[in-house]
Design a protein around this ligand. Sequence first.
Ligand code: BYC
Length: 313
Amino acid sequence: MKNYQQDFDQAMEKDISIEPKDWMPDAYRKTLIRQIGQHAHSEVIGMLPEENWITRAPSLKRKAVLLAKVQDEAGHALYLYSAAETLGADRDDMMDKLIAGRMKYSSIFNYPTLTWADVAAIGWLVDGAAIVNQVALCRTSYGPYARAMVRVCKEESFHQRQGFEAMMQLANGTPEQKQMAQDAVNRFWWPAQMMFGPSDDNSPNSAQSMQWKIKLFSNDALRQKFVDNTVPQVHMLGLTVPDPDLRFNEETGHYESGAINWAEFNDILAGKGPCNHERIEARRKAWEGGKWVRDSAAVYAQKQHVEEAAKVA
Ligand code: BYC
């Protein structure tokens, strides 16, 4: 008699990816739907702070790049919703849960984009943080999620570079532009670090997700990698890191950060961030406003199906 649990455990041990038709524990499936669903929602909600600046981008080139980036984020959401569907999740149900506040999305998108420099900072810092997390996810144990991440990472690299380049232009611009760049770093530095989730001693899902190789590195390990990558970039721009306690530890070769304001993070997760209400409201309007398109597409698909069936018969 086949021992499904044993086969699953062996696949884990040998780093063989789990595919949609393979047996998997219910809790593994549930965790993946939670994480991939949140990830997909983050891509969708993440379009909003940037979309805010499409009509106000400072040049035709910046506008074209931003439009392409926002469209890429929509594409990432589609790969991710599809990956969640391979686990039996229903896309409409996930969207209803997001709007009802029963599914999360990344905390970072609850901050406003007050100036053009914030858009540059999102590309550089937010996509930069996302890459650190997602490069690791390219080897996650669930095949469709890992494969989606490979493509997403290629696009995120372009996003990160264009953000850094836009930031460099501001940092080397007039004193006012340089100040605008510094203000954006001051506002986004800590929220970007919070993207990696609670500290390891306060992360309820990490132990199990690491055992299942959904997560290959802990929240703190990835956060450290982001800080180590990014501090030299801030300095290269001639800007400062808004952390008076930041120091480089010569012995470990790592930067040591000051304390993260976890009360602010928890408030955002509880729906009390600066833009939580606005973001969900925008999504609700888009979802309800798009219903007629989804309905029409479904009727058309049904009609096509009936016609095809009639041809075969
Ligand atoms: N924000 O036990 P933990 C992008 C939740 S978008 C909100 O450590 P886990 C982009 C967590 O879900 C990229 N919630 O959880 C798009 C859990 O709550 P539940 C977004 C957070 O899952 C447009 C609870 O806190 N990337 O790149 O082991 C423009 C306890 O946490 C956050 C992803 O989604 C947070 N920051 O680890 C530009 C990456 N952190 O579910 C850019 C995929 C934690 O138990 N996700 N929570 O109610 C992951 O890698 C993991 O899910 C996390 C959290 C590292 C985020």
